[in-house]
Design a protein around this ligand. Structure first.
Ligand code: GLU
Length: 322
């Protein structure tokens, strides 16, 4: 039973470095998509990976969001009815979801090393990709039991090539048949850490998220997430993917580009309103790059304006805009 009556959106960053312009872009659009509809905003820190996530990055992330004027109603620091909001503190919930998938036959142990698996499943160009047969799916119960006792294994999603269809708020009608090797996503790593697809679905489901706005690099992950949502009995949220900010070579801006992380931008003289104004111009919500507060953009948010084309951003253009 849904306990909420309002639209519920979330921003779900991974604390693996300082926020950069690409993350700020996604956070701003997710925030506007919620706040423009008087919704509830959740901040969920996706610190699943113990090797890459750092508490100091989470703390910096919250300070940065605050500085940018992107607030949240539920999350670290303020709590909420679905606390905790750090994924590293939610493993018990993932255990429950995982057990349900094992019991219903939708999770299987895979003993392939990453290289072996990639080699086994590389689809040949132009070939119709049927359901990829994974040797680990063909094992007898006894073989599997023996292997599980002696060999490292991940747990993967067992799907049956179903077609998943949804209407993305920005990209429109989207269909995908779950017949690619990557659709057998890892649910649990061999070191016992739950993987992103399981955690994100369990969290969006448990937190009763009704609207997911995030970068279009995750559009292709959405069918598997919807499949998991259905299997676990959660209500599907609506999804809206936003185009990516890319460099002049078409690569997604990433934490590797140090000149675009927030620390470097601040050192170069950018203010919060300046950054928001620059991104508002990129989104098409403003005719020039004048400084603006995020909350002053609420009545300008419109999917039709954002469009679906990635936005090419050169460091020179950014320097000139300041
Ligand atoms: N934690 C993911 C990331 O930072 C985003 C997950 C999502 O929005 O679904 O890339």
């Amino acid at each position: 039973m849904q306990r909420r009556s309002k639209l519920v959106g979330r921003f779900a960053p991974s604390p693996t470095g300082r926020m950069h312009l690409g993350n700020i872009w996604a956070a701003l659009l997710a925030w506007l998509a919620v706040r423009s509809q008087d919704g509830v905003m959740i901040l969920r820190v996706e610190d699943l990976d113990p090797e890459r996530s750092k508490k100091s990055y989470s703390e910096q992330l919250m300070k940065d969001l605050d500085w940018l004027g992107l607030d949240w109603d539920e999350g670290p620091g303020c709590g909420g009815i679905f606390a905790p909001y750090y994924q590293s503190e939610r493993f018990g919930r993932y255990d429950v979801a995982f057990r349900r998938l094992v019991e219903s036959g939708h999770a299987y142990p895979c003993f392939c090393s990453r290289e072996e698996r990639n080699a086994a499943s590389a689809p040949h160009r132009g070939e119709q990709t049927g359901i990829i047969s994974d040797p680990c799916l063909e094992m007898s119960a006894l073989q599997r039991q023996i292997a599980m006792d002696t060999r490292r294994h991940t747990w993967r999603l067992h799907n049956h090539g179903e077609e998943i269809r949804f209407i993305d708020m920005n990209y429109g009608d989207f269909r995908h048949r779950l017949d690619m090797a990557q659709d057998h996503v890892v649910l649990k790593r061999s070191d016992g850490v739950y993987a992103y697809p399981l955690a994100v679905v369990a969290d969006d489901g448990e937190m009763e998220v009704t609207q997911v706005v995030r970068g279009s690099d995750l559009l292709i992950s959405t069918p598997v997430q919807l499949y998991l949502m259905d299997l676990l009995g959660y209500e599907r949220p609506r999804y809206g993917h936003v185009p990516l900010l890319v460099d002049v070579y078409g690569h997604r801006l990433s934490k590797r580009q140090k000149s675009l992380d927030l620390g470097a931008l601040i050192a170069a003289g950018w203010t919060a309103e300046g950054i928001i104004g620059f991104l508002a111009y990129q989104a098409g919500f403003a005719n020039e790059t004048a400084p603006v507060k995020a909350r002053d953009l609420l009545d300008r948010f419109n999917w039709g304006i954002i469009g679906t084309q990635d936005l090419v951003l050169s460091e020179e253009a950014l320097a000139q805009a300041r």
